[in-house]
Design a protein around this ligand. Sequence first.
Ligand SMILES: Nc1ncnc2c1ncn2[C@@H]1O[C@H](COP(=O)(O)OP(=O)(O)OP(=O)(O)O)[C@@H](O)[C@H]1O
Ligand SMILES: [Mg+2]
Length: 477
Amino acid sequence: MSRVDDHSEASVLGSFESCAVHRSRGALRQLLAALGAGLVGDTGPQELPAIFERELQRVLSVRAVRLRELPPRYHARLVTPTRTPDSIVLGVPSGDPRVQAVLEASSGPNRHLDDRDHDVLSTAAQLGGLVLEAARSRPLIRSTLAGTAPLVGSTAVMQTLRERLERVAATDFTVLIEGESGTGKELVARQLHELSHRRRGPFVAVNCAAVVETLLEAELFGIEDRTATGVRGRRGKFEHADGGTLFLDEVSDLSLSAQAKLLRAIQDLAIERVGATGARRVNTRIVVATNRPLSELVARGDFRADLYYRLSGVEIQVPALRHRREDISDLARYFLTRHRGTRELTLSEAAEDALKHYTWPGNVRELERLMERAVALTGCSRVEPEDLPPHVRGDYGAILAPSLAAGDSMRAWGTRYARLVFERCGRNKRRACRLLDISYHTLQSYLREDAAARSLEEADGDPAGELAAEALGETEV
Ligand SMILES: Nc1ncnc2c1ncn2[C@@H]1O[C@H](COP(=O)(O)OP(=O)(O)OP(=O)(O)O)[C@@H](O)[C@H]1O
Ligand SMILES: [Mg+2]
């Protein structure tokens, strides 16, 4: 290294005096050396972020390090600096206020990130700004790094999913992603691609359900020139994804004959264009997704068992939103933030509660659309339960909101709830008792209290009191 290089390296290190320990200096020195070598090598500045991540991961002996820019539409509250025992997310400086970049590091389960790691990462994050700037200085041929939305969610199931993603991304195996509709399977597939060594290659997505059966083969494998009159040759999706990842969505919708061809392509890692006489090799990682469990389809004879065994093994289950309710608030705010260019909206506590109590059959996609609806329709700057569609605020509006507003005790809430269930059971006490899992005597006492409360509330005219008395008199048991 020249004297000028020595000098600049020393001055950069000198300015990072917070890295007190010698090992931290050593780690940073190695990082700078690797970046220097990358800069003068024939890889070009666009490779610097990858070198930076790789070297930092190596010197810290952590599971993963990522340096990335988030496009403006994905800027959100949750990317602000965070630190847990096994992950650190830090902001990376940028000269462009429209650019938000982060440095993320995660360790394995047997290693906790300590203060030394934090010091090294904080210093590296400053350097990360320069690295990204240098990488931007030459246009990338294909940039997928910044193109993927973040995977929002901090619940234990999402942490586990992330860990699995990182482990699986380090391999080239075929991956099967399962989960209900709208849970984020495609997003997971994109993250997988972005985390893998193929990230600078293409990510090609094919929705198998949307391609006409007769065209599927040509679509996937390509077609030779003049296979039929007027047909012009073209590459298929497998070839388009060469060097990258091919994502086959709704793979359960493939016909049995298409399944046979896919099996052959996966087994041989070679494809044959329609009308061709020989096969060509492709270097493509295959990721498939389905919202119908493939094992059940195999049992019914609707999916080839041999293909299923080829696809399964490395599986990622994306959990339904109702199984990770604690993520709902973060997701809702994230989607609102994405539209802050159009309108700045916040979420009231009551609206947040209502969202958490809804069952979300359409999962994250349904929540995303709902937040878009709020951005379009909400009258003021805060989303209230009334701004949500009736089916979403449903039970929350009927049961929880009035109790919360009245500051009901557990007993008062119980009487209100018992009354509601009793009404929904067609005022059949035996059914209501079974559903509430309480004795006939307890139900009677709840209904009596409810009747008393209601007749107090509506002393004049009292239709509710009458109803309650009527209910108590009813002896359908
Ligand atoms: N964890 C998440 N964080 C942020 N956005 C998410 C998350 N999960 C899903 N989304 C968003 O929700 C929408 C639906 O996700 P995606 O298309 O990946 O679902 P899917 O499981 O593939 O759905 P389908 O089964 O209908 O194909 C997308 O806009 C995606 O960006
Ligand atoms: Mg999908």
